[in-house]
Design a protein around this ligand. Sequence first.
Ligand code: ATP
Ligand code: MG
Length: 419
Amino acid sequence: MLTKAPKGTKDIYGNEMPIWHDIENQIRGICEDFGIGEIRTPIFEHTELFLRSVGDTTDIVQKEMYTFDDKAGRSITLKPESTAGVARAYIEHGMFNDPQPVKMFYISPTFRYENTQAGRQRQFNQFGIEMFGSYSPALDAEVISVAEHLIKKLGVKDIELRINSLGGPECRAKYNKALREFIGENLNGLCRECKARYEKNPLRVLDCKEEGCKKIISGAPSILDCLGPECREHFETLKEMLNQMGIKYTVDPQIVRGLDYYTRTVFEFVTTSIGAQSTVCGGGRYDNLIEECGGPKTGAVGFGLGMERLILTLQAQNGSDRPKPYRDIFIGSIGQRGFIKSQAVVYSLRKHGIKAECDTVGRSVKAQMKYANKIGAAYSAILGDEEIEKGAVAVKNMETGENINVNIDGIAEFLNSVK
Ligand code: ATP
Ligand code: MG
């Protein structure tokens, strides 16, 4: 127990870190270009917020939330998704009074009590964006374009964009009726949970992961046939915008997403590279959520992208070669004076922006040189009494073995000149 992280959680460190930093930097750069500001909401919220927004017939609310009472008896939940918190913040801070649309992004840990497997953890990280304040399909197109640009820029291959429209309340009511009829005729072949979903929220059946259910559902009626004229036009305009933006997509009437708050547009970026857990990014429009949570009626669109699944996809395609370690210089030492001096020299080099290391363990000179090799030092030097008295040291190029005599005070200048 003491030496094992809880099931479904992972430490991210060492050689894995560069890819995280790279993706996070790309995200920040892209959001800057698209005029999307960052928001950091709390890791936990009042449980009620998720019941209200995510929906109480969803898998998330029924099975996956980390919910507990705090010491004062309030029901608290670790965020199982971030849209609810961002929507709450939009209302709480009166952002509806700001010029619309309000565009925000987050990178956040997310918590779901799930059966763990590759690409399915209990704590994972999501990058997401939310845009508030417009009903136009232009906002849907802009949100989709952020995800597509990031995926392209990272060079992820084999990812496909699938889009659908769930319509508004009227189209949904019409579709629920048609779907309930279809499910009713096929009830025997469905899993136990789907039988319950059939009663409470038939749309959820389309999201079932059981193979048997998936097979039956493939013959279900299409929601697109139930769209009213306005929703149909909204969807058509979105498609035309995507066409002109050069964003490829396929229309998939089976996409419903796992959250209740979606209206009209829903979309997924799906990959074939990482097996069953293939949805890397999912999102859509949620025009009723802000009102549902106590704000003014506000059109909104967003997505959530699983960082771990994105990285797994990249690694499946590019291999997971570990980046070689690299340091500019290792300053070794002989004797106590050298040992003490080397700490000061390295500190001074670091202040000049040089990636310098020294011995902090008390190794023999031979062991220090081995260490210099292991950490990928480009140059090395050894400080002893003689070097300190002369004020100069032999700096060795670790690749060629060549030695160059350099003033101890001039090491930074020398390294900058050979970079
Ligand atoms: P799935 O159908 O795979 O369960 P979901 O519909 O529950 O996904 P969303 O709630 O839309 O997923 O979350 C957006 C993204 O977050 C997903 O597309 C996925 O990349 C990622 N994600 C969701 N759940 C997990 C998890 N347990 N572990 C890692 N990533 C996840
Ligand atoms: Mg899920």
